[in-house]
Design a protein around this ligand. Structure first.
Ligand SMILES: [Zn+2]
Length: 494
C-alpha cells in the first residue's frame, strides 16, 4: 500500500485532461489502480476495460517495466513508489477522441506569414493535426533555416526529412561527388547520380520532394575563413561531418554565433546524438576538450559502417532540429544519447558544461576560430595524406621493381575484410594495429613496401618500422586505389 504512479500514454491523454501521470493512494493491486483511473476519468474506461470490467486485450499494462500478464495479471500487488504504465496498441493514427487542443499556446494562431495554399494544407495535414505543430508550428518551420554540414550518411536522411517537414530553407555544405560506395547508406542519391556532384543531385532530389523548400548549396569545404559567413544566416546547424577538424570548427563557429549544433556521429554499429547549445548547456568541447590522436582515428572508409546506422542517427538529428524549430518537447541539450545497433539499445549520459571550457565557459580563452587541422594533428585539407617524412614509391615504379630479380616485399597493413575484397599478389597481410606485436615476422634483409587503401595508414606503419631501426622501408603512394587506377584496372576498388 502506498502511492502508485500511472503513466498515461500520449493517445489517451486527451481523456485525462492532458495529464501524463496520475498518482493513486491506497490501491493494493494493478487491477484496482486501473479501475480507479477509469472511475476518475470515465471517458477513459471504455479504452481500458471491457463491459464486464476486465482489461482489454488491446491494452498492455506494465508494472515497473514488467508485463503484468507474466506477473499476477490484474491481481499483481502494488507497493509504494511503483509505476504502472499503460501501453495501448497504436497503428499510426490516434485512438482517442479529437483533442480539444490542449498544449496549443494561446498565441498559436498568431499569423506567421502568408496563408498556406490548399496543396500545402494537404501536404502538411498530418502535422496540422498535431496540437504541437498546427498551422502556427508549420509556419515556424516555413520561416526556418537549417544548415547541414556534410551531405553524406547523416546529412542525407536528415535533409530528406527536413525537406519533407517543410523547413523553409535548407543549406548544404559538401564538395564531394557521389560514389558508388555511398549508395549503401546515403539515401539521398540514386545509381544514375554516381559521379555527379553531391549537392547538384541533392538539390534536385529535395526540390522534387518538396517544391516549397528552398535548397541553398555551399559546394566548398567549411574552413576557418568561411565558416562564420556560411553559418550566419541559419537558425540551426546539423553536424553531419566525418572528421574531427570540421566537427570542432562547426562547434566553435556555432558557439561564437550562439546557434544550436545538432550533433550526430557514427562508428561501425554505434551512434551518438546530442544537441550542443552553449547558451543553455555544454558544447562539444565540454564533452571532448581535445581530439584523439590523428593516427588512431579510422574513417568510415577504413572502419566500415552498417548502412542503416547513419539513417537512424540522421533521423534522430532531424527530430531534434524540428523540435528546436517548433519550440516543443525536451531537447537533447545536456544529454548524450548512445545507440548500439547490434544490441539494439539506447543509453543516455548526462553532459555537464565544463566550467573550464576554453570556448564556452566564463573563463574562456578562445575568442575566435583557430587552425583546426593543426589542432587535430592532421595534414591541412588538400595536402598529401600520410607522413611526408616517410620515403614513398609511385605505383608504376613499384610495378617495375616487382618484375625485377630482387623485388621488394609487399606488406598490406589493412584489415582482413579489406584484404578479402582485393590485394596485391605476393603481398603479406599484417594489419597496422597488429604490427607492433608482429614486427618480428618482418624481415630486415629485404626492401619493404607498405600499402593500405590510400597511403595514410601505411605511412604511419612505415614510420613505426623506421623508428624501430628498419632501413629499407617505403610507402606505396596513393595506396591500392592508385595501384588500381594506374597499374591494374582489373583490381576491384572499394
Ligand atoms: Zn564548452
Amino acid at each position: 500500500m502506498g502511492r502508485v504512479t500511472v503513466r498515461v500514454p500520449t493517445p489517451l491523454r486527451s481523456l485525462t485532461e492532458g495529464r501524463a501521470e496520475v498518482a493513486f493512494d491506497g490501491a493494493t493491486t494493478v487491477g484496482a489502480v486501473v479501475q480507479g483511473l477509469a472511475r476518475q476519468y470515465p471517458p477513459l474506461a471504455r479504452h481500458l476495460v471491457t463491459s464486464d470490467g476486465h482489461l482489454r486485450g488491446s491494452v498492455t499494462v506494465y508494472l515497473n517495466d514488467e508485463d503484468i500478464r507474466y506477473l499476477g495479471k490484474e491481481a499483481t500487488p502494488v507497493a509504494d513508489g511503483d509505476v504502472v504504465a499503460i501501453v495501448p496498441a497504436i497503428a499510426g493514427g490516434s485512438t482517442s477522441e479529437p483533442s480539444a487542443g490542449h498544449g496549443r499556446p494561446a498565441d498559436a494562431i498568431a499569423d506567421g506569414g502568408p496563408a498556406f495554399s490548399r496543396d500545402e494544407l494537404r501536404r502538411y495535414s498530418r502535422h496540422l493535426l498535431l496540437p504541437e505543430v498546427g498551422i502556427a508550428g508549420q509556419k515556424k518551420l516555413r520561416r526556418s533555416k537549417v544548415l547541414l554540414v556534410g551531405a553524406g550518411g547523416l546529412g542525407a536522411p536528415a535533409a530528406l526529412y527536413l525537406a519533407a517537414a517543410g523547413v523553409g530553407e535548407i543549406g548544404l555544405v559538401d564538395f564531394d561527388a557521389v560514389d558508388l560506395s555511398n549508395l549503401q547508406r546515403q539515401v539521398l542519391y540514386t545509381t544514375p547520380d554516381v559521379g555527379r556532384p553531391k549537392l547538384e543531385a541533392a538539390k534536385a532530389r529535395l526540390e522534387a520532394l518538396n517544391p516549397g523548400v528552398s535548397v541553398r548549396v555551399h559546394p566548398e569545404r567549411l574552413t576557418s575563413d568561411n565558416a562564420i559567413e556560411v553559418l550566419r544566416p541559419y537558425d540551426i546547424v546539423l553536424d553531419g561531418t566525418d572528421n574531427f577538424p570540421t566537427r570542432y570548427l562547426l562547434n566553435d563557429a556555432a558557439v561564437l554565433l550562439g546557434k544550436p549544433d545538432v550533433y550526430g556521429s557514427i562508428y561501425r554499429f554505434e551512434g551518438q546524438v546530442s544537441v550542443f547549445d552553449a547558451r543553455h548547456g555544454p558544447c562539444y568541447r565540454c564533452l571532448y576538450p581535445e581530439p584523439p590522436p590523428a593516427d588512431l582515428v579510422p574513417s568510415c572508409a577504413e572502419a566500415g559502417v552498417l548502412g542503416v546506422l547513419p539513417g537512424l542517427v540522421g533521423v534522430l538529428q532531424a527530430t531534434e532540429a524540428v523540435k528546436l524549430l517548433l519550440g516543443q518537447g525536451t531537447s537533447l541539450v545536456g544529454r548524450l544519447l548512445l545507440f548500439d545497433a547490434l544490441e539494439l539499445s539506447f543509453r543516455e549520459l548526462k553532459l555537464r558544461k565544463n566550467p573550464h571550457c576554453v570556448l564556452c565557459s566564463a573563463e574562456a580563452t578562445q575568442k575566435g576560430l583557430i587552425d583546426y587541422p593543426a589542432f587535430c594533428g592532421v595534414p591541412p585539407a588538400g595536402a598529401e595524406s600520410g607522413d611526408a617524412s616517410v620515403p614513398s614509391v609511385e605505383p608504376e615504379a613499384l610495378a617495375k621493381e616487382l618484375r625485377s630479380d630482387d623485388p621488394p616485399l609487399l606488406i598490406d597493413v589493412r584489415e582482413p575484410e579489406e584484404w578479402a575484397i582485393a590485394h596485391l599478389p605476393e603481398a603479406v597481410l599484417i594489419p597496422r594495429r597488429e604490427l607492433p606485436e608482429r614486427v618480428d615476422e618482418v624481415t630486415r634483409a629485404r626492401a619493404l613496401v607498405l600499402y593500405c587503401t590510400s597511403g595514410s595508414r601505411s605511412a604511419h606503419a612505415a614510420r613505426l618500422l623506421l623508428d624501430l631501426g628498419f632501413t629499407q622501408v617505403r610507402n606505396l603512394k596513393g595506396g591500392i586505389h592508385a595501384w588500381a587506377d594506374r597499374v591494374d584496372p582489373d583490381l576491384p576498388q572499394y
